[in-house]
Design a protein around this ligand. Sequence first.
Ligand code: PGA
Length: 252
Amino acid sequence: MRTPFVAGNWKMNKTVAEARDLVSVMGKELNKIENIDIVLCPPFISILAIANLLQDTKIGVGAQNIHWEEKGAFTGEVSPSMVKEFCNYVIIGHSERRSYFGETNETVNKKVHAAIKNGLTPIVCIGETLEENKAGRTSEVVSSQTLEGLKGIDAATAAGIVVAYEPVWAIGTGLAATADDAQNVHKNIVRKSLTDLFGEDAAQKIRILYGGSVNAANAADYFTREDIDGALVGGASLKTEDFVAIAKAASK
Ligand code: PGA
């Protein structure tokens, strides 16, 4: 049995003051929900404030990115050891980082290794673009993102990581993948690739989240599918009522 997992990816939203306001309300509600792992991923600058607010709760804090080096001349970057003072999780390889900031399967792999070395659980994002989807390349793209992004990890460690399938065409568009289509990708492409990499045992333990226009109304449907273990939520994670409803649906 995989424990359901819901993460809120705030992206570049909320000032520190706004972040505090949101979490002082949302945190209390989220903390009442049982049998689920919930993680909030605010911008770097709000991480300390949010980690303080959530320190006596079950809710985890994650960063949205890390560099793979420990320290040095990398202006504007944040290292895994800096993040781990306040976070247990880090989102790696989000499609916005891949498309706007040049991240590749190779840099994703370096970051995944750096995260693991520092005791951070990576939430590794994969997913095909609309163009790739239309060209019938979903399987090829998603399996190579999985195989290349996660190579070189031992099976026991891999069992604890989190993978998020987020079709790029579904992110922030309101055009969510259907639960059936997402289940199909999770089972036949993502979990199959994970099995090829780590073996059946570890692959069955890895949580695979769906992301892309998940909201309070459509969330429950995803969680009825066997290989959809939770959600990575963008826009709807910025609203208490919506994000709490999504987390409750996942916990059932
Ligand atoms: P969305 O974003 O829920 O706003 O579509 C999801 C994500 O990018 O992680």
